[in-house]
Design a protein around this ligand. Structure first.
Ligand code: PEP
Ligand code: MN
Length: 344
């Protein structure tokens, strides 16, 4: 249920509705928009029966929210959420690029990647230190050493950093180093892990599960938010379909669908969506055209020698060319290319 306040409602009106809700044992989430204030209610809605909230000062109407996800629901928050990544805005008409190697392999490989993506205009460096690989015999990541290299790259370039976490232990380590915690596709429904990252204050990049519906994805965001962390960014990275010529199938309609259902930002990962280098530029352009708030792209200084996902990584030169084309598109589409952070 949400309570929509009248345009002329005062702060006191809002406060008194919230107090009344809390006295009933319900939790109230106030969202103040430019014109309207909405109070989202979480808890047992039968407690509202016969309470006549519509008669309270400043209240316009009560509207039921039938979906199981509430905090991530657009009804709870009229305006688009802009997630602040250490000064870089994600959402709300800005465009961000998170780029870098699939996995952190060495300090040299990472610094080469970081400088290249920064020069091309990316604002955020990606790099996996905990790698959830299909085979246990594949490279599993450098773990804390990898996080340390990421932090060094951050200090030397000013790029913000995003790393995947795969367990409670990796969350405990990563919070000491990173700006964004990434939940990978394989963990989108690892509810304990979602609650763990929800108890941190860091932005969370929530990838869509390999075979997850949009509703399941929204509920995964709800797990994070219900622990008190509202800084969730969706990432569409392709889903499993019958098609085998690409690694996954990019669900481009996820962007307008999420926009309609949620206030949270959404970016696209054309590397994991396609698994193929030649698809990255066209899918990136499709992503910006369909209204995504940004992209996550794998970039490696020497893709044929990458320890993971070389075939879906761009080399620095191809990435630079792509960023030039995306900047031109951003301008036409009225998207503001986010400035690099001035906060080191
Ligand atoms: C990744 O971004 O490194 C990754 C493993 O992606 P996904 O979880 O989308 O497969
Ligand atoms: Mn990868």
């Amino acid at each position: 249920m949400i309570i929509v306040m009248k345009k002329e409602a005062t702060d006191l009106n809002v406060e008194s509705v919230v107090t009344n809700l809390e006295n009933l044992g319900l939790s109230a989430h106030v969202s103040k928009g430019e014109t309207l204030t909405i109070i989202g209610i979480i808890g047992d809605k039968t407690l509202l029966r016969d309470k006549n909230f519509e008669l309270m000062g400043g209240v316009d109407k009560l509207v039921p929210v039938t979906e199981s996800y509430k905090l991530s629901n657009r009804m709870f928050h009229g305006e688009p959420t802009v997630v602040d990544v250490g000064g870089i805005p994600v959402g709300g008409g800005h465009f961000v690029i998170m780029a870098g190697p699939c996995a952190v392999e060495s300090l040299e490989q990472l610094m080469h990647s970081a400088n290249a993506v920064k020069d091309a205009g990316a604002q955020i460096l990606r790099g996996g230190a905990f790698k959830p690989r299909t085979s246990p015999y594949s490279f599993q990541g450098l773990e804390e050493e990898g996080l340390k290299y990421m932090k060094t790259a951050r200090e030397e370039t000013g790029l913000k950093i995003v790393c995947e976490v795969t367990s409670e232990r990796s969350v405990e380590l990563a919070v000491k180093y990173v700006d964004i915690l990434q939940i990978g596709a394989r963990n989108m429904q690892n509810f304990e892990l979602l609650k763990d990252v929800g108890r941190t204050k860091l932005p969370v990049l929530l990838k869509r599960g390999l075979s997850s519906t949009i509703e399941e994805w929204l509920n995964a965001a709800e797990y994070v938010m219900s622990e008190g962390n509202g800084n969730v960014i969706f990432c569409e990275r392709g889903i499993r379909t019958f098609e085998t010529s690409t690694r996954n199938t990019l669900d481009i309609s996820a962007v307008p669908t999420i926009r309609e259902k949620s206030h949270l930002p959404i970016i696209i990962d054309p590397s994991h969506a396609s698994g193929q280098r030649h698809c990255i530029a066209p899918l990136s352009k499709a992503g910006i055209a369909v209204g995504a708030d940004g992209l996550m792209i794998e970039v490696h200084p020497d893709p044929p020698r990458a320890l993971s996902d070389g075939p879906q990584s761009l080399d620095p030169e191809d990435f630079r060319v792509l960023c030039g084309e995306l900047r031109a598109l951003a301008e036409v589409l009225g998207k503001a290319w986010a400035a690099p952070s001035s906060k080191y």
